[in-house]
Design a protein around this ligand. Sequence first.
Ligand code: PLP
Length: 430
Amino acid sequence: MRRPILSAQFPGPNAARMIAEQERLLSPSSTRDYPLVVESGEGCWITDVDGNQFLDFCAGIAVCTTGHCHPHVVQAITQQSKKLIHMSGTDFYYGPQGEMAQKLEKHIKLTGGLRAFFTNSGTETIEAAIKLARYATRRPHLIAFDGAFHGRSLGALSLTNSKVIQRRGFGPLLPEVSHIPYPGRTGISVEDTFGELEKLFKRRVDPSQVAAIFVEPIQGEGGYLIPPPSFLPRLRQVCDQHGILLVADEVQSGMGRTGKFCAMEHWHVEPDIVCLAKGIASGLPLGAMVARANLMQWPPGSHGSTFGGNPVACAAGVATIELLESGLLEHTAAMGEVLHKALREVMGGAPLVSEVRGLGLMVAIDLPDNATRNVLLHDCFHRGLILLGAGDRSIRLCPPLIVNEEEIHLATEILAASLVEIGQRPAQAA
Ligand code: PLP
């Protein structure tokens, strides 16, 4: 069985040199949780520039859906890049953008059919959704949730409400944005959420002025929070009652990550607009804003993007969906169960873990506080397991969807060993 390989001097000399060079030149706004300099990736494994090998349970932040450099995706990229790399999809027609739209049409069921607008990232997808929602309704106001993360460009950032560092110093942001509590958070019930919404409608914003409510069906950056079952159906009802559009931000939860193509399917709720990015093309930059066809009625020139829907990115997207269609979706659901069970076993022997939650391979565990969480992330890294934090005190596990049982057991074994060691340290060291 493959295991992480870490040399005695770690991080190694190449990593140390490259980090020093890059720290001088790259924007200091990036967060670097640990000193990892990646050379290559294959499946769920990555190798750093000194030959150390890690098991990757973060997948480039839930992006490498099909694992690093899946041969089917590499082949699609190679073939397409030999034919056409760029043409600009908002000005010209070419094959892959249309093929990708057909794939999305097959998997996202919106009443009356759909239309897609392709972008290069999650935040651009949200920008496109904000613009379409306002354009289609001719209403100004937008509602999002406490703890939400929708991106960092100024429109999306106005909806983001996760960490103050993400907003501080960048104002003024969009006016006409309100936030209400998200019911997956500790102590927030569905009644609280809709109570706040009612108050908002009574005191501050007439619902007839609200274009859209943006919701992550599972809050991602906020901590992989799963809302109670009645939340999303009730949100749909409120939107219908007031002619408000429901925008599902599936940038992190979509593309099969939860064992369904889109997470909204778990609640049988149909949104008006779906936002996709991250895992859509197994690592190539691509996003899609998908809307009901009768909603996406904006004239030529009203929105566009030079790179959006790039032929190579779309070819990678089509190849990604082909893999989801040929068993990867079912595999994700099955591996999700294996991971949940294994983590519950870990939790049994580790009092530091207070909760395991998730759907499919979008899974989180909760630690007592932010400091303990960060120590655990570091400790696991030094044992060869790549993980990422989410929210204040959670760790997210979002491995490539091709992960196998052996890799899941290896990851949970490393996590368990790390938890035992941290649990034994004096409190201030944890
Ligand atoms: N929406 C959600 C739910 C996300 O998780 C993210 C990124 O983490 C974004 C939007 C923004 O995506 P990007 O970083 O590609 O702009």
